[in-house]
Design a binder for this molecule. Structure first.
Ligand code: GLC
Length: 731
């Protein structure tokens, strides 16, 4: 047997003939950069011991863990054979030292893959993802992701734990900030853009990083907006809503996924063979690997499906999680499970192959060390420019009564509220290595343009202290216009940050109501990580501008909008309810048996600001929708056109959203479904015809509860704004 093994190793080794020397260099295939990756993977796995294989399936934190929600002991002795480390430092020096240890001290010299939570930027922090979606600019988001990848890879990070693409409809859930809103298609298209930006065309490029689609799957359906809890998700909704962005990300080539904390209707996502293997591996043919979320493996005990850590390791592994984040369950128990033949060597080899495949694709065997960063590449001008533009395009003008905005330079301005001089919270949650010193505050942005600015804090973010109200009233009385800068702390959204109410804290609302009594125009500026319920104060504000958490651009884009230098173009990626009690409320709800009845008796049943709402300083007038045919056969395409005219004297950018509706289907479909969005500049006084090519198989079809896409003949509606046109699809 030994002889055979030796023989197979010799056969598997490639022999280099070095023409310039007489010596013959002999190395294993897995070390040959010219050999096909699959051959290198097979060769390497064949050389590994069980212990070496298991070690590859573990990730531990290295250094100070900046996520307070995940407590863990800092590992003192790092096994040279470990598969991955979460790297919290902001330079590659220590990372390279640890990598060197792995390469030198491990028998086979398998490089470690270093991961980190880069969600909306590494050092150049872009707006939170929920805001980015309001730009409807996937091209710009791809550029921002490419910049984040370059900063990350050159700082020692090979793998980022994003994009987060959990379709979210409950603003009480703090993590709504991290994804692209309530619509499946929106999340899918921004997911695709982010994956392409991160991974580029070649993962081994020194400016590329491996992406990680998270949290797989259905995490955002958390009951009551709490975190880590049960999610009731039918297979129908799983397929027609929550899986859609993940399928798009896998099709875009995402290297990895991260399993989620939630329990999917009785089977936790992290022990769910159906989602992790049947769908991801067998149907979608994903070639990369899945990492659990932090401690999600042992948490299967809390979720009531595992009695011990060993059971948890077994359930997670056999369901299709290849790598265990932070818990060490795989390290502790996989060898026993293999010895007991509960896990086969084939299963182990497949898991290890998936991890090694991504390491080979990243080029880590050829270039295990981060090429030390040219510091001019961090926070570079191009990166900052993208951050400014993305923040600008993410701003949503929610209200602008009597066209109070933009304002003249000569106005006496009162700047009031807890956000005025704040910098830290403008970065948002998950702000990686962003630094508040890189942020321009709203105050600094205003005073750089306007000469007569008076400031008062007025109140804190929350609490009951109203002692600042008096000073705010005095400052407001001396002004021509009051800008109230309100909102949320960054730690009020993100992980483990659920809130029972999505209204502004009462003290902020009370200050708004108090200042309204003065009778001067009020512009409410909002910086927040979730949709807000503004009904108590909306009538007191003449204009409302949503700037979200804009990242390092801070107040600069806002002032460009306020002054009219930039015409706002953002539109909501998530519904703003009239009140928290309306939740869940989203544009693509299922059809009601009695749409004209069953409404609330005590509050309006419509949202305050619907999905895709957003005003401009221009006046856009939509002409009639036109379709190339009113009747088409399966296999034929149809063109939809709509002219949009800019009736104002201000050039503006308009995003047109095209929805479809299927009045009769064997499965009851949502009221309407977004299928296209297109953003164009419309010069003052001109008209642009927006054109959409509809492919019925792609754009009119639906998915059943087994993931099977089907297209039924019959009537379909195309909807743009308040217009609807009907077509007939025949066999
Ligand atoms: C956290 C988050 C996940 C993150 C991971 C590593 O618990 O759920 O989004 O990527 O742990 O920090």
């Amino acid at each position: 047997m030994k002889a055979l093994l030796t023989l197979s190793l010799i056969i598997n080794s490639v022999i280099f003939y070095n023409l310039s020397a007489t010596t013959v260099v002999k190395c294993h295939i897995y070390k040959d950069p010219n050999a096909p990756i699959e051959k290198r993977v097979r060769d390497l796995v064949s050389r590994m011991t069980i212990e070496e294989k298991i070690s590859q399936l573990n990730q531990r934190p290295l250094g100070f863990n900046n996520n307070a929600n995940n407590v863990s002991d800092v590992i003192q002795k790092i096994p040279a054979t470990i598969g991955s480390l979460i790297y919290f430092d902001d330079n590659a020096t220590y990372r390279n030292e640890v990598q060197q240890k792995a390469m030198k001290e491990s028998r086979l010299g398998i490089p470690i893959i270093f991961g980190y939570d880069v969600i909306h930027g590494y050092k150049t922090i872009y707006p939170i993802s929920l805001a980015q979606a309001c730009s409807w600019d996937t091209t710009l988001v791809q550029k921002a992701s490419a910049m984040a990848a370059m900063e990350s890879r050159r700082s020692g990070i090979d793998w980022v734990f994003s994009p987060m693409v959990d379709v979210a409809r409950d603003g009480r859930w703090g993590r709504v900030a991290e994804g692209y809103g309530e619509d499946p298609l929106t999340n899918a298209l921004f997911c695709e853009a982010t994956v392409k930006g991160y991974q580029g065309s070649d993962l081994s490029n020194k400016n590329s990083v491996a992406a990680c689609l998270k949290h797989y799957v259905g995490y955002s359906a958390s009951e009551a907006g709490m975190d880590y809890v049960f999610t009731e998700i039918s297979n129908q909704t799983l397929w027609d809503t929550y899986l859609i962005p993940f399928k798009a990300g896998v099709q875009a080539g995402a290297a990895t996924l991260m399993s989620s904390f939630n329990n999917i209707s009785g089977t936790p996502a992290s022990s769910n063979y159906y989602t992790l293997t049947d769908i991801l591996k067998k149907q979608w043919k994903h070639e990369g690997f899945v990492i659990s979320d932090w401690d999600a493996v042992p948490q299967l005990i809390n979720q009531g499906v595992a009695g011990t850590r060993k059971d948890a390791a077994y359930l997670a592994f056999r369901s299709g999680i290849e790598m265990d984040m932070a818990s060490n369950c795989y390290q502790d128990y996989l060898a026993e499970l293999i010895a007991e033949k509960k896990i086969s060597m084939k299963q182990l080899d497949d898991a290890v192959s998936r991890v090694l495949r991504i390491k080979f694709r990243l080029g880590l065997f050829e270039q295990p060390y981060t090429q030390v960063l040219d510091s001019s590449l961090i926070l570079s001008q191009p990166s900052k420019k993208i951050a400014e533009q993305l923040a600008e395009e993410s701003i949503v003008l929610l209200k602008n009564n009597k066209k109070i905005l933009p304002i003249a330079d000569s106005m006496k301005i009162a700047l009031i509220g807890p956000m005025v001089k704040d910098k830290k919270n403008l970065l948002g949650s998950w702000n990686a290595h962003g630094n508040e010193s890189d942020v321009t505050s709203i105050y600094d942005a205003f005073t750089s343009l306007y000469k007569d600015v008076n400031y008062a804090a007025g109140c804190g973010f929350d609490g009951i202290d109203k002692s600042g109200f008096q000073e705010a009233i005095i400052v407001a009385k001396r002004s021509d216009i009051i800008f109230l800068c309100m909102g949320e702390k960054s730690e009020w959204s993100g992980e483990n940050a659920s809130r029972s109410s999505i209204s502004l804290p009462t003290v902020q609302e009370d200050l708004i109501l108090e200042l309204h009594k003065i009778g001067k125009p009020i512009v409410l500026i909002l910086s927040n990580g979730r949709p807000l319920a503004l009904s108590r104060i909306e009538n007191s504000c003449d204009a409302i501008v949503e700037i979200w958490q804009p990242g390092i651009a801070g107040g600069n884009p806002l002032v460009r909008v306020i002054s009219g230098k930039v015409n706002p173009s953002g539109k909501l990626s998530i519904t703003f309810p009239f009140s928290t009690s309306q939740i869940p409320i989203y544009y693509n709800q299922r059809k009601s048996a009695r749409p004209y009845q069953g409404k609330y008796q005590d509050i309006p049943s419509e949202p305050l600001y619907p999905f895709a709402h957003g005003l401009s300083y221009s006046e856009f007038s939509y002409g009639a929708i036109k379709v190339s045919k009113n009747e088409i056969k399966q296999g034929e395409n149809i063109t939809v056109k709509i002219p949009v005219s800019n009736m104002s004297n201000i050039d503006g950018i308009e995003t047109v959203h095209l929805y479809i509706s299927d009045p009769v289907c064997s499965i009851s479909r949502p009221i309407k479904e977004l299928k296209f969005f297109k953003k164009e500049l419309i010069v003052a006084g001109k008209t642009v015809v927006f054109k959409f090519e509809i492919n019925p198989q792609k754009d009119l079809s639906f998915t059943d509860s087994n993931g099977k896409t089907f297209l039924e003949s019959g009537k379909y509606l195309f909807i743009i704004k308040d217009q609807t046109v009907e077509i007939e699809l025949t066999n």
